[in-house]
Design a protein around this ligand. Structure first.
Ligand code: SF4
Length: 604
């Protein structure tokens, strides 16, 4: 199913706010509000270009703060849009909530009459009407309240995008946004509670902003429950307060390369957080394309392509080190990713051709959209079979690098975080190749784990949106670099991931008393689980978190908790954390080195 949005630009002509980057008319490329009749024309013009089948179509009101314009005009626009929504959906549009709005009642009534009359004829008009599945719009967080949401619900609005821009109060203040982070949080929660899908848009390179703050904003957007986002690097537009500051030397925009690199990190955070990135970079209005309105900043008409080219560059660069002799190389890549693997202007192909004699890109089948699941090859067969039913599996064969009990454990050879995976350089090429083709970001660690503890534990860290938790004396520094913006939390236990799993941001299960103490000191909810009932080949026992992985709202367990005496307490804690337990096998608890899961639905 392909998604289409019919864009209607509605500038807020007398916006009372003074965001320092904004010259609203330049950015939307639209200098006056359209008449409702023009909205009809725009919708019909677009519909003629959209296929009848396999299309999910929405009407989108963009270009300003929709709920900031005059209420009567909002209702005129929404009534036009609502006319195109499928009849089945229209009947769901809260008529009873609107109650006193006669015009809306008549509209629904007429449409149903028309549907009944033309049931068998299926006129062109009816075909068109059946095309639209929803209405989306963008607005400011402080323009949302219950009354506004009721109005939008009545007219069939399905998605509300808030211009959050940053989730750092200092950045918001310096950018003259006129709202706070708390305003965004309040509006986001009201939108979700009212049954709308939530979008949160962000900017990079605002005054006072840093890459770390932008990354933190992205993580917070994930946590706030957004299903989609747009990322806009800040540009200096003529006629804005930012132009004055830039001319005085008080503001320095990001370079194109800085913005591209940062946006690559943000795409990774959103990808693993399950947030769809609808747009990266400002839509090029005429003034921006011909340079008359754009004065400075990281604008490129194919900005997203540059970002995706950079992401592939980062994946491909290590190949030069791994194959110092050069020779021939074939890069497996899905059809969708092929242009980015080759790179904008063939940048990545050119880069590889300087080192390799022959470079080929071979198209492989796209992933199925199922999550990637990584665990030890020696995991009990029923568990592996259960995992194969819920995802694309990668089973790690025994590696000579460490001792036998743990030599196929993923948590010994890799560390997972929102931005991607850090993997030991010595992992077999076949495994790395399989990971690379999924579109997730792979960072190569500096050295391989050593034979014995603590060298064997250098990748055994836990990364959450808030922390890197590990014995920081042994952590491979690639982990610290790959997952910036977190507090580094030192614990004495080097086998941290073996002993710890995070159930979201505030709940943790551990089998290590030292880790428990440190996390309690951070004000977290921590459950200590006795490790002794957990089996690990060649050892007295394993650890409970080593049996576990998180997939969406499920805690996957490689066995059954009936084999643990504290079953009731553990289940109650998992539920309190908002997760559901998913036992993969009725057998004994077995430490498999963790079950790593990566949602590939939004892999970029
Ligand atoms: S960006 Fe700020 S100033 Fe511009 S239209 Fe939106 S709220 Fe108004």
């Amino acid at each position: 199913m392909k998604h289409y949005t019919i864009p209607i630009f509605v500038p807020e002509l007398a916006c009372p706010n003074q965001c320092i980057f904004c010259n609203q008319r330049s950015i939307s490329g639209c200098q006056q509000q359209p008449e409702p009749d023009e909205v009809h024309e725009i919708i019909q013009r677009h519909l003629k270009t959209i296929p009848d089948v396999n299309a999910h179509v929405e009407i989108g009101f963009f270009g300003g703060s929709f709920t900031g314009i005059e209420t009567a005009l909002q209702e005129k626009y929404l009534a036009v849009a609502n006319e195109y929504i499928t009849p089945a959906w229209s009947t769901l549009v809260g008529y009873s909530r609107l109650g006193d709005k006669k015009i809306f009642f008549q509209f629904i009534h007429n449409k149903h009459q028309k549907s009944a009359e033309v049931k068998s004829q299926c006129s062109d008009e009816t075909k068109i009407a059946r095309h639209i599945q929803g209405i989306r719009l963008s607005t400011r967080p402080d323009y949302i309240d219950i009354k506004v949401l009721k109005r939008l619900k009545c007219y069939g609005v399905t998605t509300i995008e808030l211009g959050a821009q940053s989730l750092d109060d200092e950045v918001l203040l310096l950018s003259g946004r006129g709202h706070t982070v708390a305003d965004v949080e309040r509006a986001a929660s009201m939108i979700l509670d009212s049954g709308f899908a939530l979008g949160l848009q962000m900017m990079t390179g605002l005054p006072g902003d840093t890459p770390e703050k932008s990354q933190q904003t992205a993580r917070r957007i994930v946590e706030l429950g957004a299903t989609c986002t747009r990322i806009y690097p800040t540009l200096v537009i003529r006629g804005t307060e930012l132009e004055l500051r830039w001319r005085k030397g008080d503001y320095q925009p990001q370079s194109l390369r800085e913005a591209v690199e940062l946006c690559a990190d943000l795409l990774d955070i959103f990808s693993l957080g399950g947030v769809k990135v609808i747009r990266v970079g400002l839509h090029p209005s005429e003034g921006i394309l011909d340079g008359s309105e754009l004065l400075a900043g990281p604008f490129h008409p194919s900005f997203r392509e540059l970002v995706k080219t950079y992401k592939w560059e980062q994946k491909l660069l290590p190949l030069k080190q791994q194959h110092p002799e050069g020779g021939n190389i074939t890069i497996p890549v899905t059809k969708n990713e092929l242009p980015y693997a080759i790179g904008y202007d063939s940048a990545n192909r050119n880069m590889l051709e300087k080192h390799f004699r022959k470079v080929e890109f071979s198209v492989i089948r796209a992933n199925t959209g199922l999550p990637l699941i990584i665990t030890d090859k020696r995991t009990p067969l029923p568990v592996k079979n259960a995992l194969k039913k819920i995802g694309n599996t990668v089973f790690i064969p025994a590696q000579d690098l460490v001792y036998k009990s743990i030599n196929g454990h993923p948590d010994i050879f890799m560390c997972e975080g929102a931005e991607g995976l850090v993997v030991a350089p010595g992992l077999p090429e076949a495994i790395k190749g399989k990971l690379m083709t999924t579109g997730i970001r792979i960072y190569t660690g500096n050295i391989n784990p050593g034979k014995t503890y603590p060298d064997s534990a250098i990748y055994n860290a836990v990364v959450t949106s808030e922390y890197i938790i590990h014995n920081l004396k042994i952590t491979d520094t690639a982990i610290l670099e790959a997952f910036p913006g977190r507090k580094h939390l030192h614990v004495n236990q080097g086998y941290t991931r073996c002993n710890l799993i995070a159930l979201g941001t505030n709940y943790f299960i551990t089998s290590d008393k030292g880790i428990e103490k440190v996390l309690l000191g951070e004000g977290k909810q921590v459950l200590f689980v006795d490790p002794r009932p957990v089996r690990l080949h060649g050892q007295e026992h394993g650890f409970f978190p080593g049996c576990c992985g998180i997939l969406n709202n499920k805690l996957l367990i490689s066995a059954s908790l009936v084999h643990h005496p504290d079953q009731a307490i553990i289940v109650s804690f998992i539920n309190e954390a908002g997760l559901v337990m998913h036992e993969l096998f009725p057998g004994d608890l077995t430490d498999v080195g963790g079950i790593f899961t990566i949602d590939l639905k939004n892999a970029t």
